[in-house]
Design a protein around this ligand. Structure first.
Ligand SMILES: [Zn+2]
Length: 430
């Protein structure tokens, strides 16, 4: 249809120059590790530092005694496909895979203000400059100036401090009210990356995953997780290897064996059930009752009108066994638009029924997104982070979920992955 075509064009247009955070971040980290021994200071800036879900290009800032040498190293990295510009303090390269990376070497006394300036967002920086002007200062990438005198610039924290405000985490710098709160010293204490102690969605060979339960457990332990939930597909989702009751019972016995082997991590035996068109779950009550944690999610019929889709989700949330709604909007970044749903009604229901909403941390999903997380937090709805890992390598994606949580201003108490196992058990006991 025409609408479908227009949507397709819109998605293609947006795709052109954007890269998915989850794949850009490891590349940027690798470059920073390569350059680190040769610089005094180095940091990402721009949208990647703000952990935006997609980014245009990667900005890196550094302080170095020998800028020439750093530029040499940077432009000659094996990852570089083409050098777009080579200067004494700024160079741009394109990596294999198409991503552009800009490196700037700045003076040490300007590193903080440059970091602030190049991190953005543009809208956030406009607000900061207004404050500077009100105070009779001038703010730019070289520093915060009172007349000719630089009153801050070496450290980013000092720039915010001199403007009379709290330092604002980069993930919050989108001009969504953070500047006002920082001036009042009332910024929420958003969840820290280290606060997240486990992963609440993953798949194994028992459905459509690539690894065994034990392999997932071993990898999760390497990441320092204290708990994980194995949440293989159940029911009619044959394409994803949906398990029947017999298979689930078999899986329970395997989980019990793995539990006995590892006492430093707890394994929740969960399920991911499908929400059918009418809002029912395609799996028997016994299965839901026996599972440690029940995730419910939509995997088919994405194109319903908002009214019907909202009713579908609300009905699933009225199911007494459902703990978590997984990837609630079903969007796939650059591939599939979110389902049409009245999110306020969903949040009201979640609050009413104590349903947890997932932040799916898989790079193409990031679902809920930052704005929906912010809404959940405002409604007092709890959130879970699940990587939706289908292979053990995917387990590291949990940090992307934390990034979305931070961008949505979630605090530690809002994110159930920060709880201890006993508290989670009590939550899921219903
Ligand atoms: Zn799913």
């Amino acid at each position: 249809t025409e609408l479908k075509i227009l949507e397709g064009i819109e998605i293609a247009r947006r795709r052109q120059h954007r890269f998915i955070l989850g794949y850009a971040l490891p590349e940027a980290n690798r470059i920073i590790e390569t350059l680190k021994p040769y610089v005094k200071k180095i940091s990402m800036a721009g949208s990647i530092r703000r952990r935006k879900e997609t980014i245009g290009d990667v900005d890196i800032l550094a302080v170095a005694e020998d800028a020439e040498r750093v530029m040499d190293l940077f432009t000659k990295m094996k990852e570089v496909e083409r050098i777009l510009a080579r200067g004494s303090t700024k160079s741009s390269v394109r990596l294999h895979g198409g991503m552009q990376v800009d490196l700037r070497v700045v003076a040490e006394e300007s590193f903080g203000s440059a970091l602030q300036y190049f991190t953005g967002s543009k809208e956030h920086n406009i607000e900061l400059r207004k404050i500077a002007i009100r105070k009779g200062y001038k703010l730019n990438e070289y520093g915060l100036f009172k007349g000719e005198e630089r009153i801050a610039g070496e450290k980013e924290e000092d720039v915010y401090k001199a403007l009379g405000m709290q330092w604002i985490p980069p993930e919050m710098r989108e001009n969504r009210g953070e500047v006002e709160l920082a001036l009042q010293r009332k910024l929420p204490e958003i969840v820290e990356y280290e606060d997240v102690r486990g992963d609440l969605q993953m798949h194994t060979k028992w459905s459509d995953g690539a690894n065994t339960i034990e392999e997932m457990v071993q990898e999760a332990r390497k990441l320092g997780h204290k708990f994980i939930a194995i949440t293989d597909h159940v029911g009619s989702l044959k394409i994803a290897g949906g398990m029947d009751e017999e298979k689930i019972a078999e899986q329970a016995r395997e989980i019990e064996k793995v539990r006995e082997k590892y006492d430093d991590i707890y394994i929740f035996h969960g399920v991911e059930a499908n929400i059918m068109k009418d809002g029912s779950l395609d799996v028997g009550k016994e299965v839901l009752k026996n599972a440690d944690v029940v995730l419910a999610s939509i995997h088919s019929a994405f194109r319903m009108e908002e009214k019907e889709m909202t009713a579908r989700l609300l009905k699933a949330m009225d199911n007494e066994y459902v703990d978590i709604i997984a990837h609630p909007t079903c969007r796939i970044i650059q591939k599939r638009e979110p389902i049409k749903v009245d999110m306020e009604k969903v949040m009201e229901k979640a609050r009413e029924n104590d349903i947890v909403m997932e932040i799916n941390a898989y790079p193409e999903r990031l679902d809920l997104n930052d704005l929906n997380v912010k809404m959940a937090v405002e409604y007092g709805v709890k959130l879970s982070i699940g990587t939706d890992a289908h292979a053990k390598e995917h387990l590291r994606f949990y940090e992307l979920g934390t990034a979305v949580a931070r961008r949505g201003w979630a605090t530690k108490k809002d994110i159930i992955n920060t709880y201890d196992v006993d508290k989670l058990k009590r939550m899921f006991e219903k």
